[in-house]
Write a protein that binds this ligand. Structure first.
Ligand code: ATP
Length: 136
C-alpha cells in the first residue's frame, strides 16, 4: 500500500465541496489515515510549493492558499498517488475531463491562479516530503 497527501484547497472548503470530494475518495476505496482542517502560514506554503518559486502564479498561489482553511488528508491505498490524480483531473478546470473532481466542480474564474479545488502529490518522493510538511 502507498500513501499520498491530498489537500482540499480553500476554494473547495469555501464552496462546501469537502463532503462531495471525500465521497469520491471513499467510493474509490481509499482509506483516510488522518484528516485535519489547516490554516497554513507562508512558511509552510513556501516549502510545499518550493518548485514553483519565481513563476508568475507563485505569489497569487500563496495568497489564494492563505485565503481560508484547507483540509489536509493522509490517504492510503494501492497506487493511491496515481489514482487520486486520476480522480482529480488535470490542472486546468476548463479542460479537465468530466467525471473528475476538477472537471465536474472546477471553474475558471479568470484569475492569476487556477483555483482547482484539490492537490495531490505527484510521486512517492513528493508524497513523503509533503506528508512531512502537513502532518509533522
Ligand atoms: P496540484 O499539484 O495542485 O495537484 P498540479 O500538479 O496539476 O496540481 P502544479 O503544476 O503542481 O499543478 O501547480 C500547483 C498549483 O499552482 C496548481 O494546482 C494551480 O493551482 C496553480 N497553477 C499551476 N500552473 C498554473 C498556471 N499556469 N496558471 C495559474 N495557476 C497555476
Amino acid at each position: 500500500t502507498e500513501e499520498t497527501l491530498v489537500l482540499v484547497k480553500p476554494d473547495g472548503v469555501a464552496r462546501g465541496l469537502t463532503g462531495s470530494i471525500l465521497a469520491r475518495i471513499e467510493a474509490k476505496g481509499y482509506a483516510l489515515v488522518d484528516i485535519r482542517l489547516v490554516e497554513p502560514d507562508r512558511d509552510v506554503l513556501a516549502e510545499h510549493y518550493a518548485e514553483h518559486e519565481g513563476k508568475p502564479f507563485y505569489e497569487p498561489l500563496l495568497e489564494f492558499m492563505m485565503s481560508g482553511p484547507s483540509v489536509a488528508i493522509r490517504l492510503a491505498g494501492n497506487r493511491v498517488i496515481e489514482g487520486f490524480r486520476s480522480l482529480a483531473g488535470t490542472t486546468d478546470p476548463t479542460t479537465a475531463a468530466p467525471g473528475t473532481i476538477r472537471g465536474d466542480f472546477g471553474r475558471d474564474w479568470g484569475l492569476a491562479v487556477q483555483q482547482n479545488l484539490v492537490h495531490g502529490s505527484d510521486s512517492p518522493e513528493s508524497a513523503a516530503r509533503e506528508l512531512g510538511i502537513w502532518f509533522s
